[in-house]
Design a binder for this molecule. Structure first.
Ligand code: MG
Length: 442
């Protein structure tokens, strides 16, 4: 069943309808909490500056002296740079973010008329990912048989091997094409993609809701709201110092008790020694994991954190291929692996899960800024993966992501069920995809 056409749609959907998002928080670097109203940036900046001074001067006088000399308070006064569509907090290890939901939707059509949909996660500059699809992956892939999907993944990866494009935009684009092919395969066989990938391990997938904020009250309010929606597992996204982080965890536990599974993502916010210090305190609060504690490229540091704590360490949303995972798994740099399927593709994600299984490492797929096609692909992946643990979700970000559908697709009571439709199980409204397309010329 030959591929006849591949089209990439770089889309941007405004967050205005997303009432659940919070903006009055310094925790602006998580997609889930992305600000939709940047005129409030000044207030955030003021608060952030105050907190940074507190952390760096009063709480870490010995170890952070050199750090302080490099980063003056003047630097902190202009930490958030607003670039129009995008913004960044320049004071810490944070990424560039979009004020809207941005991603690249990919359509693959076969000669027999079957249409598969994929997504290349593109939280910033989806035009770049779409251009890679149009200029490189489309000519590489057209004319191939959809059932050669693993061979297509390998050949498309190898096409840039000499150029050094082992990750980033190129692999995101490749992954979007891979997901679209897997959707077409499922549809052609009239079965869920998970079954076409090798089998169904479970029919229901437990998801956790992401919550955030910068005060104990804010985060605990969101935790209670999430529990009222049926979630049994919650993950806090925090960018606070150790003391404030522990105050927040305390308050959340006080409000929701110990029957709800609780996790914490600190978005690479700590040095190795402070991550260990925080982890030891967190062990008193019975968390399921501590996520992204430190610089992800510092594998020896991650090994030190993991070996120093009983608390499991979760990590890996930025890695994209099995090649990047070898050292991490061999050295047991962390305990739970978090591939993002709209960055690995279903083929690459399955390879990572299989290797993780050798090391008895569970998989908890990251979704983060991924859109609705990424969610549907991650669900099929979770259904297919034997060593699956929990899937990420954002109740409050879902409506914006689902704006390109003609039929609802949502979690209920903290779970997704195996869709009845074949392939990924989504009904995409192409008119809506075109409506949100930024640059139709790509
Ligand atoms: Mg994370």
């Amino acid at each position: 069943m030959k591929i006849k056409e591949i089209t990439a749609f770089p889309i941007r959907i405004n967050n205005d309808s997303d009432k659940g998002r919070k903006i009055n928080t310094k925790n602006i670097n998580t997609a889930m909490l992305a600000t939709k109203d940047m005129h409030k940036v000044k207030d955030i900046k003021k608060k952030y500056t105050k907190d940074l001074k507190l952390v760096n001067i009063e709480k870490k006088p010995n170890k952070s002296k050199a750090h302080l000399e490099i980063k003056s308070m003047d630097t902190y006064d202009s930490t958030i740079k607003d670039m129009g569509e995008y913004y960044i907090d320049e004071s810490s290890n944070t990424s560039i973010y979009s004020k809207s939901h941005e991603t690249t939707i990919i359509k693959v059509e076969t000669e027999s008329g079957i249409v598969g949909w994929g997504e290349a996660q593109s939280p910033v500059s989806p035009n770049t990912t779409a251009t890679i699809v149009k200029d490189i992956l489309k000519p590489l892939t057209i004319g191939k048989n959809i059932y050669d999907v693993e061979s297509i993944w390998h050949n498309n990866y190898s096409a840039q091997r000499e150029r050094g494009h082992y990750t980033g935009f190129y692999i995101d684009a490749l992954s979007g094409v891979d997901i679209a092919i897997w959707d077409a395969i499922g549809k052609s066989l009239n079965m869920p993609t998970s079954q076409a990938m090798g089998g169904i391990h479970r029919k229901n997938v437990t998801v956790y809701n992401g919550i955030g904020g910068s005060t104990p009250e804010e985060v605990a309010d969101m935790a209670e709201w999430s529990v009222s929606k049926g979630y049994k597992y919650l993950k806090m996204h925090l960018k606070e110092d150790i003391e404030q982080t522990l105050d927040i965890v305390n308050e959340v536990r006080k409000r929701i008790g110990y029957s709800i599974g609780l996790m914490l993502d600190v978005h690479m916010g700590f040095e190795t020694y402070n991550a260990i210090k925080l982890g030891k305190e967190l062990e008193k609060h019975n968390l399921l994991w501590l996520e992204s504690p430190s610089d992800p490229t510092d594998i020896p540091g991650l090994c030190e954190i993991s070996s120093s704590l009983d608390l499991p360490i979760a990590n890996g949303e930025w890695t994209r291929t099995k090649y990047e995972m070898r050292e991490i798994f061999e050295k047991r740099a962390y305990d739970i692996s978090m591939p993002d399927i709209a960055r690995t593709g279903l083929t690459g994600g399955k390879q990572i899960a299989t290797i993780a299984q050798l090391y008895n490492i569970p998989i908890s797929p990251h979704v983060g800024g991924g859109g609705i096609v990424a969610i549907a692909a991650t669900l099929q992946y979770s259904i297919n993966t034997p060593n699956f643990l929990l899937m990420e979700h954002s109740e409050q970000g879902h409506a914006v992501k689902a704006a390109i559908l003609s039929e609802s697709y949502d979690a209920k009571d903290g779970k997704y069920s195996l869709p009845s439709r074949p392939g990924l199980g989504l009904m995409i409204d192409e008119d809506k995809v075109e409506k949100y397309t930024i640059d139709p010329s790509i």
